[in-house]
Ligand binder design. Structure first.
Ligand code: FES
Length: 150
């Protein structure tokens, strides 16, 4: 059985939205704590709608496929809708990723949220989904049981 399905391969071989925007309204970067790879995603916003998005990455093929899919998914969405996007949905749209490659989709998910966070900061916007959001926090940390300090 092939490791990657046709949708993943298609987005890896012919990725959508690669590059940089000329005048982005928000730029988000994120480095994976798992593999050390980096992702940058930029968004263009008009009337609270994401009208364009581009990505650049040092990540692997799964990161490329995930960002290609993720940027395609958020273009045309409102900011609020885009904030609801999770890496699970990206993986679902891709038709699945091998378990060891799930973290690669987190790069796209976090970089999008960080780009929106940047847009919100620059424009004084407040979104409920970003309340208490920390752009540098690692998603994985939520899974660990960190003992509370006294
Ligand atoms: Fe680093 Fe996939 S292994 S992004």
């Amino acid at each position: 059985m092939a490791l990657y399905n046709d949708t993943v391969m298609e987005h890896f071989m012919n990725p959508q939205n690669v590059g940089e925007l000329e005048n982005p309204d928000g730029t988000g970067t994120y480095g994976s704590p798992v593999c050390g790879d980096m992702m940058q995603i930029q968004i263009k916003v008009e009337d609270e709608k994401i009208v364009d998005a581009k990505f650049k990455t040092f990540g692997c093929g799964s990161a490329i496929a995930s960002s290609s899919m993720a940027t395609s998914m958020i273009i045309g969405k409102t900011i609020e809708e885009a904030l609801e996007l999770t890496n699970k949905e990206i993986i679902k749209e891709l038709g699945g990723l091998p378990a060891v490659k799930v973290h690669c989709s987190v790069l796209a998910d976090k970089a999008i949220k960080n780009a929106i966070y940047d847009y919100a900061m620059k424009n004084g916007k407040v979104y409920a989904a970003l309340e208490g959001y920390d752009p540098n926090e690692d998603e994985d940390e939520h899974d660990h049981d960190v003992p509370e300090e006294e």
